[in-house]
Design a protein around this ligand. Structure first.
Ligand code: PRX
Length: 636
């Protein structure tokens, strides 16, 4: 296995690697990069400044990420499973694609893309359910140098249209529909709605999955299976496109504190090396193991740790179409037993929701194959950590609580499975190459242990964000302005007496609902579109399963029938963003607590939503303090 050369095997080895990465970051990453396939080597490992920002890794190098994910494993493990796919319905047979088969499928799909006019540098929007063709579509884009922009299958037509327009996508790849639990989601018809607003899209390639009737527009829409059928079977595969190390690989939209999602751009070489290195080390993957990440490829976790990280390491990655509670809350454990899964990587919200189903779904489950458990996406509370440890890991599996972000490309702070001594609810230590800094409110870096503040990173790593698509200034402002010379994560953090990091949550106006990032401004914009609404303010509150719930305070034009308006607002939010952004609570109010300059005092609203009524802090700067009493009285 080519990765064994840099797989850490002791705590001591980790500490040594960490010191080495501080002493000589360029030498550290160059040594790892030398294990990959390059068409041409780099002439400079790193050039950077955080002012503009400008970050370039392996400048001058040429490569293709799919050759590193597929071709290079053929000699040693061409017949080993690359992807195991478990369908939504347990009665439907699973599918296995060996590395050889996956490469073939990717090349065939890449030719379909080429024949339909997709060229290097074009942006392709992918809106599909969790079927193997989604991974194949992503890799096919990368094969020919097209930039994929995957949009999670739960987003609304409006959200898709915004994303397609922002990146001027020329093509869309979708499915007739997607199976998710008991539901059948009509993806193609959502795309049809979205495309009424998008004039850059020339072709839509549709993969058949649910056999839901769809309308196909002549000249624009084609069936994937027809296009594959038309290919000349005897033709040899075209070579993979030779990409510059710093060419964009993909765009992935994520919420920030303003209303409009940002298109986070990752590039080819640095992202590849970073996802590979972190996959191999954090999970301590061993050849032949089955690795199961329960995320959706529509989120960054799926990009990095279903597709690129595992495949670049020659691992067997298990992809699951369904949801943890269908047909019952034992489904994940059934899958673990069915495929003798070695590693499971999931979100605290999934753990909490399964915990709430009690012990019954665990009856008759062996789970003896599990060796490593992982979590991602939000802080894990101690109770959920212990349940995961005892009931799933039977007390014998390390848990890696991995902290990272869409912008970081891969895991940043995390235990290394089995090597780093754990502490529940701590992401523990930074991975080699990662230099965290904790800042106080004056912007000064806090030294030593036993400190808390805002989390920054002070040196580049290969997987980091390069820009926000089409708006570099936005990238600078968002991440590099608050603390000059540092990348600002938007998270609060503490470093305890042992130097262990615990992430305490967002410090900006971004919520983390079931591990998904949602900007409060985005939800407010959606609510405000409802004709009865004058103004709204959205904050988070602690939610036993989702981690954070969404609490909306809404002012309406006139006396409304509350139940009816509440229902309509929920529909509006679903239509504008998607059901993931639906508020859990909507409180109708006659005013919002504002300062004299008209700024909403969210701190107060947050406290009320959290139930901390008697501890609202200073309210003397409010224009009209009486609204606070009214809001307190009406709290849901
Ligand atoms: O607040 C942190 C939280 O999720 C945010 C990143 O969200 P997103 O870009 O959607 O990526 C999620 C998957 C990587 C972070 O700013 N977060 C992520 N992992 C953890 C976490 N909070 C605490 N502990 C974690 N392990």
């Amino acid at each position: 296995m080519s990765f064994s050369s840099y797989q850490l095997n002791s705590l001591e080895a980790y500490r040594k690697a960490y010191q080495e990465s501080l002493r000589d970051p360029e030498g550290f990453w160059a040594a790892i990069a030398s294990d990959f396939l390059w068409h041409q080597k780099w002439d400079q490992v790193l050039e950077w400044n955080f002012r503009e920002p400008k970050i370039q890794w392996f400048r001058g190098a040429k490569m293709n990420i799919t050759e590193n994910c597929l071709d290079r494993h053929l000699d040693t493990q061409g017949d080993q499973p690359a992807i195991i796919w478990e369908p939504n319905d347990p009665k439907e047979p699973h599918r296995t694609l060996s590395y050889r088969q996956l490469l073939e499928e990717v090349c065939r799909f890449a030719r379909v893309l080429g024949k339909n006019g997709v060229r290097k540098g074009d942006r392709v929007c992918i809106y599909m359910g969790m079927i193997p063709e989604l991974a194949i579509a992503v890799l096919a884009c990368a094969r020919i140098g097209a930039i994929h922009s995957v949009v999670f299958g739960g987003f609304s037509a409006q959200s898709i249209a915004d994303r397609i327009q922002d990146a001027s996508c020329s093509h869309v790849i979708t499915c007739d529909g997607a199976f998710r639990g008991a539901r059948d989601i009509p993806l193609k018809s959502v795309i049809d709605d979205a495309l009424t607003q998008c004039n850059t899209v020339k072709k839509v390639i549709v993969c058949r999955r649910t056999k839901t009737p769809v309308s196909m527009i002549q000249g624009r829409d084609v069936w994937l299976e027809d296009e594959l059928e038309k290919l000349d079977r005897s033709a040899s595969f075209p070579p993979a496109e030779s990409m510059d190390a710093e060419d964009p690989l993909f765009i992935l939209y994520t919420s920030g504190s303003t209303g409009k999602p940002k298109g986070v751009v990752h590039t080819c070489a640095g992202y590849m090396i970073y996802t590979n290195y972190t996959f191999v080390n954090v999970f301590q993957y061993k050849p032949g193991q089955v690795y199961f990440c329960t995320a959706d490829i529509g989120w960054v976790t799926g990009h990095s740790y279903i597709v690129y990280g595992p495949l670049s390491a020659g691992a067997t990655t298990l992809m699951f179409e369904g949801i943890p509670t269908f047909p019952d809350a034992g489904r994940l454990w059934e899958i673990v037993d069915k495929f003798r899964v070695d590693t499971i990587y999931t979100a605290p919200t999934a753990i909490r929701s399964l915990m709430a189903h009690g012990e019954a779904p665990l009856r008759n489950k062996d789970l003896g194959s599990l060796k490593v458990l992982g979590t991602v996406g939000e802080p894990i509370n101690e109770e959920a950590w212990q349940w995961y440890h005892e009931k799933i890991g039977k007390g014998k599996c390390p848990i890696v609580d991995t902290w990272w972000q869409t912008e970081t490309g891969g895991i940043m702070i995390s235990p290394i499975a089995g090597l780093t001594p754990e502490k529940p609810s701590f992401a523990t230590l930074p991975l080699p190459g990662i230099q965290p800094a904790i800042m106080d409110e004056k912007g000064k870096e806090l030294q030593g242990n036993g400190v808390s503040g805002n989390l920054c990173i002070k040196f580049p790593w290969p997987g980091m964000i390069r820009t926000t698509y089409g708006d570099h200034e936005r990238c600078r402002k968002n991440y590099f302005e608050a603390y000059p010379g540092y990348y600002f994560t938007g998270d609060g953090c503490l470093r305890d007496k042992d130097g262990y990091y615990r992430i305490t949550g967002r410090v900006d106006d971004v919520l983390n609902v079931s591990g998904h990032r949602i900007g409060t401004a985005e939800v407010e914009n959606a609510i405000n579109m409802h004709t009865d609404v004058v103004e709204s303010a959205v904050v988070g509150f602690p939610h036993p399963i989702k981690g954070q719930g969404i609490y909306a305070y809404v002012i309406c034009h006139h006396q409304v029938k509350e139940e009816m308006t509440r229902k309509n607002i929920l529909e509006t939010v679903t239509r504008v963003i998607g059901s993931i952004a639906k508020p859990d609570k909507i409180q109708f109010v006659s005013g919002l607590p504002k300062t004299r300059s008209g700024k909403i005092m969210r701190r107060i609203l947050r406290k009320i939503a959290e139930g901390e009524m008697n501890n609202l802090g200073d309210t003397t700067t409010l224009l009209d303090p009486s609204v606070v009493d009214e809001i307190k009285k009406g709290k849901l």
